[in-house]
Design a protein around this ligand. Sequence first.
Ligand SMILES: CC(C)(COP(=O)(O)OP(=O)(O)OC[C@H]1O[C@@H](n2cnc3c(N)ncnc32)[C@H](O)[C@@H]1OP(=O)(O)O)[C@@H](O)C(=O)NCCC(=O)NCCS
Length: 81
Amino acid sequence: MELGFTLMHAAQGRGIATEALRALVQALFRFPQVRCVVAETDERNRASIRVLERLGMTLVERREAVFKNEPCVELRYRLAR
Ligand SMILES: CC(C)(COP(=O)(O)OP(=O)(O)OC[C@H]1O[C@@H](n2cnc3c(N)ncnc32)[C@H](O)[C@@H]1OP(=O)(O)O)[C@@H](O)C(=O)NCCC(=O)NCCS
């Protein structure tokens, strides 16, 4: 399963994203067919990286890419059940 997440600005900085994603990951792992969860983020997105690290996800790939006509580096994180 691939995770994607956005929190409205006014709700950020309170731990809500981490708490919600932790609950989601736990719920997903109750399905035996879900072997792992993955997520991708831009390496400049420190807030997103911190969320993924707090979830215990591991950086498994670093890839140069183009997003909205701009070069960037995409990071792929993974958490196995
Ligand atoms: C990515 C995103 C969801 C992270 O939101 P966030 O508010 O930083 O994440 P959390 O809800 O987990 O909050 C954690 C922050 O709240 C702080 N915090 C404050 N009170 C807290 C509490 N009671 N409990 C836990 N954390 C608390 C933590 O210290 C932490 O800040 P830090 O990372 O600077 O140390 C948000 O930045 C966002 O929506 N960005 C735009 C969309 C985006 O980039 N999505 C990701 C695409 S890959």
